[in-house]
Design a protein around this ligand. Structure first.
Ligand SMILES: C[S@@+](CC[C@H](N)C(=O)[O-])C[C@H]1O[C@@H](n2cnc3c(N)ncnc32)[C@H](O)[C@@H]1O
Length: 225
């Protein structure tokens, strides 16, 4: 059986970038939300960036701290070649997000059509561990998945559909939903895919343990001096 990595390598090696179902020539609403929530010096990471042209636009606008992560090195290679010398202004990370341990933090985390592939609880928990380790408190999370009622598969793989409420429940109380919208993405073959887009702010957990000093059911020990 093919590995997940091989699946994605085959997709990128088997067709031109503009023919892939998820291709966007104008990466919106990503760009507008990034402009509104990140300064030109903010650390921005695109998870599962693939060969997306979002990076071209960010470089054009003079963002200075851009990282791209993808499981498929061949996808990143397409962007590297397209960018030429400008590729040196980007940090390239070939990794599986469910196994990745960030070595620094970011102020904006962008994920278009990656989290929705995680159909097991274990993989989603692993992704969230990376997210909490990599996104600073006060940072911005932009996440796009297929919407409820949208396609059930993406690139031939099963996915989980979300609306804003379901994604909020999945991410937990460290994320505050600021905005959400639905988008009909026109694919290169003339179909349409319903996406759910969410903009979150990472916050301190709103739920405080009622028994912070004594987290078990046992009574507080009495110290005899
Ligand atoms: C549907 S494509 C979206 C690409 C890009 N975000 C865009 O909007 O054009 C999904 C991307 O996620 C990558 N991917 C899938 N599973 C991944 C994982 N576990 N870790 C990192 N990248 C992954 C794939 O290689 C692919 O480039």
């Amino acid at each position: 059986m093919k590995t997940l990595k091989q699946h994605w390598l085959d997709r990128y090696q088997g067709a031109a970038t503009e023919k892939l179902s998820w291709f966007q020539s104008q990466p919106q609403p990503s760009l507008n939300w990034i402009r509104a929530n990140a300064t030109l010096n903010s650390a921005v990471i695109d998870i599962g960036a693939g060969a997306s042209v979002l990076v071209d636009h960010l470089l054009e606008e003079n963002y200075t701290d851009i990282s791209l992560l993808d499981l498929a090195g061949a996808a990143l290679q397409i962007s590297r070649q397209r960018l030429g010398l400008k590729a040196e202004r980007v940090i390239w990370l070939t990794a599986d997000i469910t196994q990745w341990q960030p070595s620094r933090t970011y102020s904006l985390w962008h994920d278009r059509a990656v989290f929705h592939f995680l159909t097991s609880v274990e993989d989603r928990e692993a992704y969230k561990r990376a997210l909490l380790a990599g996104l600073e408190i006060g940072g911005t999370l932009i996440m796009a998945t297929f919407a409820l009622g949208g396609p059930q598969k993406c690139s031939g793989l099963p996915i989980v559909q979300y609306d804003a409420e379901k994604l909020q429940a999945e991410l937990g109380d460290q994320f505050e939903l600021l905005e959400s919208l639905q988008e009909q993405h026109p694919t290169p073959t003339g179909n349409s895919q319903l996406f759910n887009w969410c903009l979150f702010r990472r916050i301190y957990s709103r739920v405080k343990s009622p028994n912070r000093a004594c987290p078990t059911d046992k009574p507080m020990p009495i110290l005899h001096i």
